[in-house]
Design a protein around this ligand. Sequence first.
Ligand SMILES: Cc1ncc(COP(=O)(O)O)c(C=O)c1O
Length: 392
Amino acid sequence: MTRKLGPSTRSVHLKSNRDPSTGAIVPPIAENSAFAYDTVEQWRAAALGQAPGHIYSRNTNPTLDCFEGRMAALEGAAAATSFATGMAAIHGTLMALLDAGKRAVTVKDAYGATYLHFTQILPRFGIECAVCETGDQPAIEAAIDRGLDLLYLESPTNPTLKVLDIARLTELAHLQGAVVVVDNTFATPLNQLPLALGVDVVIHSATKYLCGHGDALGGVACGRQEIIERIFRYRELTGAALDVHSASLLLRSLKTLGLRIERQNHNALALARFLEELPQVARVHYPGLAGHPGHEVAKRQMRGFGGVLSFELRGGFDAVKRFLPRLEFAYLAANLGQVETIVGPPSTTSHVELTDEERRAAGINEGLIRYAVGIEDIDDLKGDIKAALEAL
Ligand SMILES: Cc1ncc(COP(=O)(O)O)c(C=O)c1O
């Protein structure tokens, strides 16, 4: 009888976690550029994929195999391919799946560099891109109904935590014969499984929650065998391979993903409720709040609401500049998903590349702060925010 295992069990108890040659539970780091063969015939068979074996680490590597296997298991995918960064995964996936003359649809609130792919990079290759208002579901549906080859979604979005109905939009895109790609970085497979909602490819910036400790960059794409092979092919030809040391750190980090996400979900919800009551805070964006416009959809498609929230200070950017340095238990930095709380205004983090006008169009208020909660004790975080606000 096959029982369906939970994600935390899968992240520590996959058979493939054990190194077959030594039994090592922690996978060894295969620091090899190339792999040697006794005969030309054996070498050639491995190179042609007719026999198992690695040739050169830009193509495949045992440590990367291990990370990819574990990510596929966590996302419920048949296969996964890793990348040097999240942006390399996004770029590689889009370039592998789109050609000149194709049409892609996405939303304005995708991660800043992703948005710039749709507005600046893909159009240069003759790919038509429709970038829709994230909160306008009828507009997204209309853009899909006009015909498309690829739908690219992110949910919850960065930094205003909008929620898209993944199953509904995927169904509409599939009716047009399109492929659907979802960036699951904010949710992680612990909180949301896009493939189970019908999506074709799930992408992560592994730099964020999958790593969790701020010491490695990485990216990954997960999906069906045939589609991942196309994405892998683009990566092996263009060279954005994940470093083996980063893969090893990511493998270590995945073992505690369940524990970290549970704590970060809990901290973020408690803080969102706390912030809602503070007079200096004009608005809190968090899909776990009953008043959030995407709450009902989030409840349907997510198991937890994630560790990122954002809130608007009444005093605008001036208040933001005075408030942030006063926080004792939050780093002013560009990352998110770490065990340490990390904060910043979108104009210095996710949307630094955008003009003021583009930020305004994306609904990014100048008093907005992205607060990526860590695993600290919740009372310390609440006290820290309260003290910093009172000192303003
Ligand atoms: C949602 C999301 N996707 C993709 C990326 C890009 O990932 P990376 O920085 O690993 O290239 C980020 C980075 O912040 C992100 O937040």
